[in-house]
Write a protein that binds this ligand. Structure first.
Ligand code: WTA
Length: 667
């Protein structure tokens, strides 16, 4: 089993420093940066940033901190995210600038894309206004309504999000790889009235029948009364339920060409969206983001982290179903009037140079992806990269998980030709935007392979010990954010108590990220991975409890325990230990069935790498699964310091469990 990854924090290149000559104009020393940083930790600093946005009405109070941790930013201000991304550009030359260059996945015989669409800001503006008209007139969607979106990576996805933001409906996007059950769970929690989806899409050369999954979900989502279905695949016929389902194209054809819907002036703290993410329970949490604070952090980070300019061709190669896509495909780049790339399919289709060919085809300048993608493409070898001219690139960043120094160096040297700043931007669904990163657009400090860098201006991040003291340089501790920031989560939808408990109780009053981190001698932060029962598989967050409750939901399963083990490509993969019910026999067919079951109840991303049948799972006396023992068994590690194991389980019991499991799974 591979033991790569950086979760131990050992062998990280804390002392290695790379200064890029070609960025001299922005290069400053660490001390100069920190001096500057100290002066930015005030709400007044953020007011200056927010002032660069277009508000319908200016705020009266920058930060309302009267009811912590329910902070409110720019209170009294009125704003609209759709206006910021579209209407604002209608008044300038950017009206006819290309906003989105989209490629569908299929290619012709020469490997060239079959479908390329270029949409200008004016095109987007018209489509958004038409869809907003449809939403209001045909479906009576109003300010405050909740709407679900379950769509592939096509331009109509940002169009739907912008149309809903325009009329003040709060949307919740569900990743198109999630199952019907996962979709239904989210629709029910959000109480969505309407679901916007598509008939299908291409992924790895195959067709995914999205509408079929949506149909199954809507059967279990009583609040959803209607579906709008985009005909992404013109040739694909699907059943449409009379009176419930409507084709996107038919509805749009029924709205006037010059339709216009006034963007709602919304209070700054109006919930723009709810995005579900995994936590330490079996149920995903609906993170609620505001509008004014969120757009402010996006504006700041587009400038500081990505140094976005009109000449740039920006590409965030994430999926809009995750927060990275919400922030850095939809709202961030569009509010800045950038030209960006959007791609429907897999990075390795039809060959492992699909992304490099797209960088060359469109002259991409700023590129943002995940360490898992980098490691995957690195494995295919440099010859795929060398076929293409990547000299237009000027900034590279990664996100979602720690980037191991080896992958960092490959990204830096082979993709960036050794002259682009390469960063690892740390943030979370909850933080709305990037919190810790190199800042080529603001001030650049020396790079180090694998670090996240220093906290952004206005962001007060620190690493604390177990008892809440600042951790010594080089020591592993817990990452916290000490000050409120614009873009911070407002609450967990329908569960404010959980919000307080999850994020603001571990270290009283401070935001607890749930990550382990090390601060080095220069103050650089190195996030090592999750400190809780959340897994990070290929940059995607998954709760161990979610996978366990899926398995336990199968009729053959009595008990299940899931742990993550290090993986060379994906960073981490879930492994499951399963205790079968009495009278059920273990078999290969059953194992296959359980894999299928997890895929069906959560989605393919949650499918365990392996499922082991065991006679029992070791637990402490208070009933907690001894995950460390399970992990040790799988990674061939010794039990280490088991005396610190949670509660009361005796050393003998632990050793016994370890021995038994090892022999049961035959490792
Ligand atoms: C991890 C993704 C190390 C971290 C934007 C965090 C990272 C979780 C990095 C959030 C990074 C994200 N280096 N770890 N640059 N970026 N993480 O909510 O564990 O999908 O808590 O947001 O990903 O994942 P989420």
């Amino acid at each position: 089993m591979a033991k790569k990854g950086v979760s131990s924090g050992e062998n990280l290149p804390f002392g290695e420093k790379i200064v890029l000559d070609n960025w001299n104009h922005k290069n400053i020393g660490v001390e100069a940066y920190q001096d500057m940083h100290r002066r930015t930790l005030t709400p007044e600093f953020w007011e200056e940033v927010a002032n660069e946005l277009d508000w319908f009405r200016k705020w009266e109070l920058a930060l309302d901190d009267s009811n912590p941790p329910f902070y409110r930013w720019f209170v009294g201000g009125e704003i609209n995210a759709s206006y910021l991304c579209l209407d604002r550009h209608m008044k300038s030359w950017r009206k006819n600038k290309v906003a989105i260059i989209w490629e569908g996945e299929p290619v012709d015989g020469n490997g060239n894309p079959r479908e390329v669409r270029k949409l200008t800001y004016y095109d987007l503006y018209k489509q958004v206004n038409r869809l907003a008209t449809v939403l209001k007139r045909n479906f009576g969607i109003r300010k405050g309504d909740k709407v679900g979106i379950y769509m592939p990576m096509v331009p109509e996805l940002p169009i739907a999000m912008l149309a809903l933001a325009r009329i003040g409906a709060t949307f919740t996007v569900v990743f198109s790889g999630f199952s019907a059950d996962s979709l239904a769970e989210r629709m029910n929690d959000a109480e969505a009235r309407l679901l916007i989806t598509a008939n299908g899409f291409y992924r790895r050369g195959k067709i995914v029948n999205l509408k079929e999954i949506a149909d199954e979900a809507v059967e279990k989502s009583p609040t959803v009364k209607n579906m709008i279905v985009l005909r992404r695949l013109p040739e694909m016929d699907i059943p449409m339920q009379e009176g419930r389902d409507y084709w996107w194209e038919d509805l749009m054809a029924g709205a006037p060409e010059n339709a216009y819907i006034e963007p709602e002036p919304l209070p700054s703290e109006f919930p723009l969206y709810i995005l579900y993410t995994s936590g330490t329970t079996g149920k995903p949490k609906g993170i609620v983001h505001d509008t004014g604070g969120y757009m402010t952090i996006l504006h700041a980070t587009m400038k500081w982290v990505f140094d976005i300019k009109d000449e740039d061709v920006f590409w965030c190669a994430a999926d809009i179903g995750w927060v990275t896509g919400h922030s850095y495909i939809v709202f961030g780049p569009l509010m800045e009037g950038a030209t960006e790339i959007m791609y429907e399919g897999a990075p390795t289709f039809p060959e492992p140079d699909r992304w490099w060919s797209m960088i060359e085809r469109y002259g991409t300048t700023v590129f943002y992806t995940s360490p898992t993608a980098i490691r995957t493409l690195m494995k295919f070898g440099d010859q795929w990269v060398k076929r293409h001219d990547l000299s237009t690139l000027r900034i590279l960043h990664s996100v979602g998980e720690p980037i191991n120094p080896e992958a960092w160096r490959w990204y830096f040297e082979t993709i960036g030709y050794g002259r682009c700043p390469v960063g690892s931007t740390w943030w979370m669904t909850e933080t709305g935007g990037i919190m810790i990163s190199h800042l080529p657009g603001y001030a650049l400090i020396p790079l180090k392979p694998g670090t996240n860098g220093l906290p952004l201006p206005g962001i007060n991040a620190d690493v604390l010990t177990e008892d809440g003291k600042p951790a010594a340089a080089g020591d592993k501790g817990y990452l916290v954010l000490k000050n409120p920031w614009p873009g911070m989560p407002m609450t967990i939808h329908r569960d404010p108590d959980k919000f307080v408990e999850t994020y603001f109780s571990r270290f009283k009053g401070l935001y607890y990220a749930g990550d382990y981190a090390i601060k080095d001698d220069d103050g650089y932060i190195w996030v090592l991975g999750r400190a809780d029962e959340v897994l990070n598989v290929a940059g995607h967050r998954l709760g161990t409890y979610e996978i366990e409750s899926s398995l336990v939901g199968h009729k053959a399963v009595a008990e299940a325990a899931v742990v993550g083990v290090p993986d060379e490509i994906k960073g981490e993969v879930p492994m499951a230990f399963v205790v079968l019910r009495e009278n059920v026999d273990a078999s290969e067919d059953l194992r296959k069935d359980l894999h299928q079951w997890v895929r069906k109840t959560i989605g393919p991303i949650a499918d365990p790498g392996k499922i082991f049948f065991v006679s029992s799972v070791p637990k402490t006396r208070s009933g907690k699964i001894m995950r460390r023992v399970l992990k040790a068994v799988l990674t061939q590690q010794s039990l280490g310091d088991i005396t610190t194991l949670e509660d009361q389980a005796s050393v003998e019991e632990v050793k016994e469990a370890y021995r038994r499991l090892k022999s049961e799974i035959g490792e």
